[in-house]
Design a protein around this ligand. Sequence first.
Ligand code: IVH
Length: 669
Amino acid sequence: MDGGNRSTAANVEFDALLAEIDAHNRRYYRDGSPAIGDGDYDALIRRRDFLAEQNPELRRRFAPTVGDDRLEKFEKRTHLRPMLSLNNTYNESELRQFIDRVERASGNATVFAVEPKIDGLATAIIFRGGHFDYALTRGNGAEGDDVSANVRTISGLPMEIPSMGEGIVEVRGEVYIDRGNFLRLNALREEDGLEPFTSARNLAVGSLRLLDPVKAAERRLRFIAYEIATGDEGFQTHCQVLEALKSWGFPTNDHALSKGADETWKCIEEFDRRRGGYPFDTDGAVVKVNDRNLRRNLGSQATAPRWAIAYKFSPERAETILENILLQVGRSGVVTPIADLRPVTLSGATIRSATLHNGDEIARKDLRVGDSVILERAGEVIPAVVGVVAAKRPKWSTPYVFPMFCPACGGNLTRIDGEVARRCLNCDCPPQIARRIQHFASKDAMDIESLGPQRLQQLLDGKLIGSFVDIFRLDFNSLVQLPRVGEKSARKLLSAIENAKTRPLWRLIHGIGIPHIGMETAKALAMRWPSMNSLAKLSVEDLRLCDGIGEIVAASVHKFFSDPRNLALIDQLAALGLSMVDVEPPQRTDGPFAGKIFAITGTFNSMGREDLRSAIEAAGGSVRSSVSSKVDVLLVGDAPGSKLAEAEKLGIQTAGEDLVMGWLDEVGG
Ligand code: IVH
């Protein structure tokens, strides 16, 4: 009776756990927006496994999985070999047990390779005969989403590797977004009044699975290779694999070799110390058997190999006082609250401030001036305020009320529909002007050397400039009147400004600060319309014709050029000698395929997808990653995916390989 009750209780708890884990899996793997931390998630898994261990009938009710990140919108492909996950541990004794088990199985002192565990998403890249063929997410371990179009945008990833030889080589590694870029993208999002991404990993998940590769390119994804999963027969050790990957031009992971538990533990501690120095987030260290023969003998369980384990670092936390909440005004008037903190040391760095993102975040956490708050190293160097120590709240504290007026100019702060942010709508607000000019001169825009934020502030304070147009009106005599500006630096600055007049058009399009236009979108616009004049005259419908330009961006560009004040700025820039056209438009607009939009599905025997795309672009056409009513022709290769059915549904013309090659021959592609 007792036993029956126990197992009923276990049943109920077990079902609830399975449902909870399932919901967390969806959020983590598919949506890139986990609701709980890794530690809490792993605790649920442990409880599930504990209950299953105690009750064999429960064990039969679930099959362990590696999660599932598949999304309907992508074509699917079967993995050449199952894509497993890793067993995790948070404690040293479990790590020692793992090493023990391996050493007992091998009967020898075993060499381990210890590597940082990169917090991104596992991705498989398949090369055929030394050419990039396709790339897949892990999916459910058996089949993944085809994310080739986005993986192609990853800089530093080789696409052609002649020395790889014939046959298929599958490289596995981690797609991630580096920390600096994460901060940049979040700042841009906050500027646009959007909810910031909660971590670099979640941003990477969302970015790799964007349908539009132009947008994915703006996210500047990166890849680090750590395994060869197919075509690895010739390698005896993991070190040899890493060497080969490096020699083929892949970015590879740092690694250290160790023997026995003590040495391995020391290596893990060393990686923990070093973690802040990597440009990517690491959430632990991976310990792997170096000898590949031994790996084969050890084999795998359902979801993870027996030859590796991930030791997870615990997030570092610190407590301090929230002394004040300051407001920072961005380029587009978005007002971001910043926590002014009593300085505290967190993983070796002194933290004085942290972004609080927006008013909703402050309200959700009920943060009040005077509170003792907990800081966590979310993504290591980016400190986040994760909560309040309720017991230490001072009696005098009152809930934070977001100000109604701009702290810089006194203008009204408005909350725009659908945005979490509040904005100062006064475009003459001084910090907004300063930020707009900083953006214009920055590396990602006009790239004017010697014109950093400090120098610009000096020019603003000295009333030498009031907008970015004035940069081109600066003269030697007024510059040398400024404190700390000698003749030499004045000349250097003027020559940098002169050089900026002939920058490629996309830099100017990006620099003038059209809302929602990032670097890659600016490039796509300049590629299609290599003249500012023609860009300014386009209708929303015209703009939508450009690959990668959606409704919001098209409307934003149109609105910008409909404002006479913006047109006046452009006229002034032109009058001051700035180039408003690209001297050499990067793409033919007069080719035989001019204006034609293609999409591709399946594989082509005569050429790889990348070459096919280049041939089409060289003839003036463009290639989209998905099928929509805008596509003129779908090129259908072997083993076509779901795009074919979509094209048929929309009545879009299709063309097989022979026909496509015939066309390319005709147009000289
Ligand atoms: S090896 C059989 N090495 O961590 C799996 N994985 O939690 C072999 N990861 O799925 C994976 N850094 O996405 C390996 N240096 C590294 C890694 C690494 C990050 C990821 C990978 C894996 C996940 C498991």
